[in-house]
Ligand binder design. Sequence first.
Ligand SMILES: NC(=O)c1ccc[n+]([C@@H]2O[C@H](COP(=O)([O-])OP(=O)(O)OC[C@H]3O[C@@H](n4cnc5c(N)ncnc54)[C@H](OP(=O)(O)O)[C@@H]3O)[C@@H](O)[C@H]2O)c1
Length: 312
Amino acid sequence: MADEEKRRVCVTGAGGYLGSWLVKLLLSKGYYVNGTARNPGDEKKNAHLYKLDGASENLRLLKADLLDQDSLRSAIRGCAGVFHVASPLPPKHSKIENPEKELIEPAVNGTFNVLNACLEENVKRVIVVSSATAVIMNPNWPKDHANDETCCWYALSKTLAEREAVEFGERSGLDVVRVCPVMILGPMLQPTVNASGLLLIRLLKGGNESIDDELMEIVDVRDAVESLVLAYENPEAEGRYVSASHMIKTQDLAEKLRTLYPQYSYPRSFNKVDEEPNSTSEKMQKLGWKFRTLDDTLIDSMECYQEGGLLD
Ligand SMILES: NC(=O)c1ccc[n+]([C@@H]2O[C@H](COP(=O)([O-])OP(=O)(O)OC[C@H]3O[C@@H](n4cnc5c(N)ncnc54)[C@H](OP(=O)(O)O)[C@@H]3O)[C@@H](O)[C@H]2O)c1
């Protein structure tokens, strides 16, 4: 295999929050990157990718949809590795009209299509980005119960997608490693705020709202992409990893932010919620993963939101 082929990887959903930071890291490490987007010509959405160091020489942005097998095959052709990042992530509490179409199909069928394309194109290793929400959710959720309106559709989509990845790997022998980040915060490269960033912004603009004092598990976006690349590069890596750095109750996070940035309108009160399970990233740390402090993540996020006028 030629050197360029060995160092060529594909990132699905390259223009999103996590995808953009992953492309940036891979380019900085000398990889050749095939990034996918549904509409690579959309300047507003993807111009930031072309501004990354090394992008003009080593980044190709290709059109691919998770439900279009041929487009995925073309994007993956010639790659030694694939990072499957793309999956719909709607803002919390947003109305989902048709969960099957909007979330489950792109997540689950999309994972199948990406892995199938990887198999056909002889990809050596695939990193599937799952989510801590799929770790917490009942892994035995029956496939034919996907229409229960009481469940969190996003969590279900990630749980079923990860299960698809496990089963596909077992059936085909494809080397699939899953990485499950907790809530990702930190500065953005892309122009519009993604769902997890909106959660932090909501806390800063809480106003008269009363919000749940949930346990927040946080990983910095820059550490999350390091964890993905570690899992890709370490030949020993296998199975599932969790990328989680900090745990803090929502009210404590608001107090921490209030001390640093007293000028914002924090929520009026917090509702007590039941104890929730928490995550550990011990297995990922054994691969040599390190992460920055929560203060670093919050301060850099704030700087980015303030510069972008997102808190005005
Ligand atoms: N943010 C978090 O807190 C968090 C935590 C754990 C796991 N994750 C996982 O990390 C991944 C990226 O999340 P993110 O926060 O970066 O979200 P994001 O900014 O909303 O990015 C999502 C990406 O998925 C792509 N996508 C969505 N539906 C698609 C479809 N039908 N076909 C092709 N591409 C599609 C989008 O591509 P287009 O540019 O074409 O629209 C976009 O690039 C997801 O798998 C998510 O589940 C995120």
